[in-house]
Write a protein that binds this ligand. Structure first.
Ligand SMILES: [Zn+2]
Length: 543
């Protein structure tokens, strides 16, 4: 017969196990939300199954105690750290903001950070220590059980184990296991550290190149230029560009109010189908590829700085590469979206307050870059819930898509995409109205809007998303407003390519330098169109 339970044990193994499960589960539930919390709990359940399994041998029990308590401590620490980061920064640990902050922090800064937290840090450490001790003590108590288990009980545990193991088979599920998650996290930090070091040097080089070009200003008064870059917006889905669904009534109204100061670039194209490559071209005057060395290349933000502009960058994206390659050339950087990936749900309108703050800043020469999520997949998340003006279907667009053999799913995605464009219309128009409203006295203001690339939503293929292989992937909107002088109306029919934006932006900022190419500035009489090399056949760029 096995020895009886020692009388010193205040809790029976079963009660200790139940308390342990409650503790670990509640920490997990505060650290993760929704479906992810359920997945993490499923990853934790096998530990409890093992703990309940009737094991006789002492060596096995000792091993079980060490492994189960270590793993449960990891789960609890994972939950505590996540809860802290979420409540303090509204962010998850793998967000670009947190990764960049950790990768950028020296040991001295880390010590200062700890100091700045004062006794909250000690309270937190003591709290975490108590929780870990409780986990170990409860695991140890629970580990002592000798309750025998019948065949039925064993089969039930095995069935539960198999059920939970399904989670381990899925990569998206498994990666939230704290042991896997945090070792991946440490690897990301290490990689980021080495690449960030290089990009700081690259920015220095770009600033030096701009200084060497000695740019000058052609006007002396105050100047405010707002550059709005959006994501995944196809001009064919904007009523301003002739789309049958009324997706852009507000831009259309503003363009009529401001007819003399407004330019719709009818035939605008991106030179790339993806964000990073497109932004590289947009900011480098079409000269520098995504992974090219800096060399003698110019960055339009560096040029603006060298000419005396103060630069703001405000973004609804959360992307380390964009942050490092472009945003950090600005004097002030504000990233409002700290939940990474396609699932992020922060709406673009949340940037409007930031924009207004920058617009009222008394600095004489301002360049304000506003980077929107636009209509980036997932389309559903780009507009407020319930804003679905095109769900009824039965219109010309729907009829054409049916005629073209588009599936029901693609047609529904088009309705969602158009709803995102309709919401986007309000945000974009508001950025233009704010720019007009804050035109400096005795000065100028200008506003430029374009998308980084287009989007295929059943335009010429029965699918949706970024598209390198169809024109829809490159058909972007590009719009200009300038308080004075009037914009040349004839420019509206000139084809425009996004990677030449730098020349147009420099014109709007009244920045000049010796090696400028007026033939690439769409506002200039000397403009000479050269089509970008798209991986497509028979593109009619005047369309
Ligand atoms: Zn994009």
């Amino acid at each position: 017969m096995r020895p009886a339970l020692p009388p010193s044990a205040a809790l029976s193994p079963a009660v200790a196990g139940a308390i342990l499960l409650t503790l670990a589960a509640s920490v997990t539930l505060t650290g993760h939300d929704g479906l992810r919390a359920a997945r993490v709990l499923a990853l934790m359940v096998p530990l409890f199954i093992w703990l309940r399994w009737p094991v006789q041998h002492h060596a096995w029990k000792a091993l079980r105690l060490v492994l189960v308590s270590t793993m449960l401590c990891l789960f609890v620490l994972d939950g505590v750290v996540r809860t802290y980061i979420q409540s303090r920064y509204q962010a998850v640990p793998e967000s670009a903001m947190v990764l960049a902050a950790v990768a950028n922090t020296s040991p001295r800064e880390a010590a200062e950070y700890a100091q700045s937290m004062g006794h909250a840090l000690w309270l937190g450490l003591v709290g975490a220590g108590v929780a870990l001790c409780a986990v170990i003590a409860l695991t140890s108590l629970s580990n002592r059980h000798h309750a025998p288990m019948g065949k039925a009980g064993r089969w039930a545990l095995i069935a539960l184990l198999v059920l939970c193991s399904v989670g381990l088979l899925s990569k998206h599920w498994r990666r939230y296991h704290p042991a896997i998650y945090w070792s991946t996290w440490v690897t990301s930090i290490t990689q980021l550290r080495s690449s960030l070091a290089n990009q700081g040097d690259e920015r220095e080089q770009l600033l030096a190149n701009a200084e060497a070009a000695k740019p000058w200003l052609t006007s002396t008064g105050p100047s405010t230029v707002v550059l709005v870059i959006t994501d995944s917006v196809n001009r064919d889905n904007m009523s301003l560009y002739g789309y049958e669904r009324e997706t852009t009534p507000e831009l259309t109204a503003f363009s009529r109010e401001e007819a003399a100061r407004w330019l719709t670039l009818s035939y605008a194209w991106s030179a790339e189908p993806g964000t990073l490559a497109s932004l590289s071209g947009i900011f480098s005057f079409g000269m520098r590829g995504q992974n090219d060395p800096v060399g003698q290349h110019h960055h339009v933000l560096a040029m603006a700085r060298a000419a005396g502009y103060r630069i703001w960058w405000m973004s609804n994206h959360d992307d380390i590469a964009i942050d490092q390659q472009h945003a950090r050339l600005a004097h002030s950087v504000e990233m409002i979206n700290r939940q990474p990936g396609r699932g992020s749900a922060s709406l673009d309108s949340e940037l409007l307050d930031c924009l207004e703050e920058a617009l009222v800043d008394p600095t004489e020469r301002k360049l304000i870059v506003v980077h929107l999520l636009g209509a980036h997949p997932d389309y559903r998340r780009r507009a407020p819930e319930g804003m679905r003006p095109f769900d009824a279907g039965n219109d010309a667009v729907e009829a054409r898509m049916v005629n073209d053999g588009r599936s029901l799913w693609v047609r529904e995605m088009r309705q969602t995409y158009d709803a995102a464009i309709r919401y986007h219309d309000g945000v974009v128009t508001q950025t233009a109205r704010l720019t007009r409203q804050h035109t400096p006295a005795q000065g100028q203001a200008a506003w430029l809007y374009l998308s980084d690339h287009g989007q295929e939503v059943g335009h010429s293929a029965n699918r949706t998303g970024h598209s390198a292989a169809t024109e829809a992937g490159y058909r972007i909107p590009a719009l200009v407003w300038r308080s004075s002088p009037p914009v040349p109306a004839e420019a509206s029919k000139r084809p425009f390519r996004a990677d030449w934006m730098g020349w147009l932006l420099a014109d709007l900022m009244n920045v000049r330098w010796d090696a400028m190419e007026p033939s690439r500035n769409v506002l200039d009489e000397a403009y000479a169109w050269e089509p970008p090399a798209l991986p497509l056949k028979d593109v009619h760029f005047h369309r």
